[in-house]
Structure formats: structure tokens, C-alpha cells
Design a protein around this ligand. Structure first.
Ligand SMILES: CC(C)(COP(=O)(O)OP(=O)(O)OC[C@H]1O[C@@H](n2cnc3c(N)ncnc32)[C@H](O)[C@@H]1OP(=O)(O)O)[C@@H](O)C(=O)NCCC(=O)NCCS
Length: 219
């Protein structure tokens, strides 16, 4: 049977498979290129990057020469709408100021996440951080208006953030200075985390509050 001009159904199926393979190969090549470029740029900024960093999309970087940025093995970073629709058209961005220390543990994933590290931020292993989430360990401005309006914000309050292993931070969260998120904790979408979250609990809301204990959840 003739399906399309001189080509039969079987020939069109072969052609379709060929196009699909080509598309998959193209996707892999683009991802490989993004990962290589990101690794190169991070190393140029003085970051230590572990094995198998996988980056999808273009990441924004601002890393001071005196900052320490350490990225573990098998870290996955998605950046931009085509690679993660959660977070809209935001890209993943890493901003590390003078003397700041940022560590991202092995097997952790960031999707359209902004991290601003003025002092110290650590993210553990196997932790997922959802689209549009922002993490900053500084207030950026002084509470004292006289200092604030002069723009002399050298003594702004800043305090380390520690996010544990196997955590899941939902989309569009804000993690504020001085907070510890315990291992395996979950933060609901759109939460503002202002206080420590103990391990193995779900917290959500603005400000984030205890929702429930996770006891052997299977899903
Ligand atoms: C955190 C989450 C996984 C919990 O799901 P769940 O266990 O099914 O929770 P429930 O829907 O049973 O909600 C339990 C309670 O928490 C509240 N709650 C759940 N998520 C909330 C949120 N993000 N903000 C505020 N309150 C929330 C519910 O209103 C409910 O309150 P109630 O007991 O007073 O009725 C889910 O709510 C969530 O945020 N999912 C989105 C994850 C996400 O962002 N994914 C994309 C990026 S990776």
C-alpha cells in the first residue's frame, strides 16, 4: 500500500525511527556540550567539580576568587524552561561572595535554583531542590535605616544554611539565613523557611510550619 508518495508504511516507520534516534543523539550531544561548558566555566571560577557533572541549559555564575565552591559527584543541574518547566524561564544561578563557602553534595539535583552565598551554604547528598527555589544566607541590607540608606551594608546579618541528605525542597521556596533542614526532610511548594526543620518531617507554608512526620512513606 502506498502511504506517502512513493514510500510505503514500513519505509516511513524506518524513517521515523531514524529521525527519533537522530533527535535523541542531538539531545545527548547538546547536554554533553552544556555540561562541558559549565564544568569549564566553574573551574575557571576556581570551583572544585566532582565527576559526572550533568548540566542542562546555561547556568548563571558569579563566584568571587576568594570563595570556595565545591560540587560533588553526579550532580545534576537543570537550567531554563526547556529542561525544567517548574520555575518558568528562570535559570539556575550560583552567586558566591568574597570568602563564602558553598558545597553541593554527591548525587544532588538543582532545577532553576538560585543560590546566593555570602558566608556558608551546604547542600547534602541525594537532595532534590525544585524549580524557582531561592536560597540566601544573608539579609542583603541592614535593619538600621541610617546604615541601609547610606548603602554601607558591610555588617549585614548573615548566617550559614545547612540542607541535609535526601531532602526534597519543593518548587518556589525561599530558604532564609541560619536555617538547617534535617536529613530526609521535605519542604512543600512555595514555602518560606525561617526556622530549622528536624530530619524526616514535612514542613510547608509561609512561614514554613510542621505538617507531618514521615514514617516509612512508600510514595
Ligand atoms: C509537600 C507535599 C509533597 C506534601 O504532600 P501531601 O503529603 O500529599 O500533603 P497533603 O496534601 O496531605 O497536605 C497536608 C497538609 O499540608 C498542607 N500543605 C501541603 N502542601 C502545602 C504547601 N506547599 N504550603 C502550605 N501548606 C501545604 C495542606 O493544606 C494540608 O493541610 P491540612 O492538614 O490543614 O488540610 C506537597 O504538598 C507539595 O508541596 N507538592 C509539590 C512539590 C513540588 O514543589 N514539586 C515540584 C518541584 S520538585
Amino acid at each position: 500500500m502506498v502511504a506517502f508518495g512513493i514510500f510505503g508504511i514500513d519505509q516511513l516507520k524506518v524513517f521515523d525511527h531514524f529521525i527519533i534516534h537522530l533527535y535523541v543523539l542531538y539531545g545527548k550531544a547538546v547536554r554533553g556540550l552544556h555540561s562541558l561548558i559549565a564544568r569549564f566555566r566553574l573551574i575557571c571560577y576556581g570551583a572544585k567539580v566532582g565527576k559526572h557533572l550533568s548540566v542542562r541549559g546555561w547556568i548563571n555564575l558569579h563566584i568571587s576568587p576568594s570563595a570556595s565552591v565545591v560540587i560533588g559527584n553526579n550532580v545534576l543541574i537543570k537550567s531554563g524552561f526547556p529542561d525544567n518547566p517548574v520555575g518558568g524561564s528562570l535559570r539556575t544561578g550560583i552567586w558566591a561572595e568574597r570568602g563564602a563557602r558553598l558545597t553541593i553534595g554527591n548525587d544532588t539535583g538543582l532545577a532553576n535554583v538560585t543560590i546566593v552565598c555570602s558566608k556558608s551554604i551546604s547542600v547534602g547528598e541525594n537532595t532534590f531542590i525544585g524549580g524557582g527555589t531561592v536560597i540566601y544566607d544573608t539579609d542583603f541590607h541592614s535593619l538600621d535605616s541610617a546604615v541601609r540608606v547610606r548603602g554601607n551594608d558591610d555588617h549585614v546579618r548573615a548566617s550559614p544554611i545547612n540542607i541535609g541528605n535526601e531532602c526534597w525542597i519543593g518548587g518556589h521556596c525561599i530558604i532564609l539565613k541560619g536555617v538547617t533542614v534535617g536529613n530526609q526532610a521535605i519542604v512543600g511548594a512555595g514555602s518560606v523557611v525561617t526556622k530549622d526543620i528536624p530530619p524526616g518531617q514535612i514542613w510547608a507554608g509561609n512561614p514554613a510550619k510542621f505538617i507531618k512526620e514521615l514514617k516509612g512513606e512508600s510514595e
